[in-house]
Design a protein around this ligand. Sequence first.
Ligand code: P6P
Length: 342
Amino acid sequence: MSSPIEASRNSHFPNLMSLQSFILREEERYPSAGGDFTWILSALSLAAKSIAAKVRTARIEDVLGEQGGANVHGETQQKLDVIANDILMTCLGNRPSVAVVASEEDEEPTILRRGSQGGKYCVIFDPLDGSSNLDVCVSVGTVFSILRNDPNIPGAAETLQQPGTKQLAAGYILYGSSTVFVLTTGNGVHMFVLDPAIGTFVLVKSNIQIPRAHRSYSVNEAYRHSFPAGIQRYLDWAHQHDYSSRYIGSMVSDVHRILLQGGVFLYPPTKKNPTGKLRLMYEANPMAFIMEQAGGRAVVGSGPEPDRRVLEIEPTGIHQRTSLVIGSPDEVANVLTHLKAS
Ligand code: P6P
């Protein structure tokens, strides 16, 4: 008699492994986890379904466009940024195991529970990355990172300021032609798609491995003139070696394509963003964790140590930015070769 798991694999409906049952099966690997972790991921799944519904009817519900304020970075907030942020805060706030949450949209973290009240985990997220694309129906995403809470650290921000290597889990939800949930808990990268007929994220791909190489790069070449010389050298080399260029301007979309097809995404230092534009804690680190788990690389791609792993950066602020070169190992190596050339 085969086990239930084997039966589910051999059935005529292999895609009936839900995100929930997948997480519960994963949790069996950590008897001490006690279900708290599962509850957080189920909160993120619920929030994702709700945000997906809002994104898909935004034009009808007239919630596109600007909120009328700016976020902590002085960037214009979209109405859906605020809506997605509220949905995530509500879903996570109902989970007793969450101590601190932090968002791109809020300058300070929110302390839900500390110390004796429980709160084993912290969650930091970008509720709707690339939201400026919503008005023209381009895909956007939610990015999240789960860290352990240390009740002995007094400040919420200080608790969060852990290097990416300390992440317990990371993932993103891509609101594209379908709604895709990509997750790693440090045991490979797994992809789920929302089946609207049953309102469930179902497993479609386990243990994703990025192709080692693929002649495609993703960068905003409008800033070429202010890129470091090594990046300009790389682009000239790529142009001479039949590379294609794909840039959506929504990092989750660009990196997701690269995770599945291979290639390299670059956001180098520019005159406008001299330390890079992407945020370390809730954009670069989660994506770097996923990419490394899939056999890829994620490096800073600038400064005295361009091959430094993003995951090893010691944060000094929850909203700090970093430059980023992420993707297939051979393609990241190509970029680094040109950065190191004298
Ligand atoms: P640029 C979206 O605002 C974002 O943070 C990422 O999703 C995206 O990769 C990047 O900015 C695009 O920036 O300067 O090319 O418009």
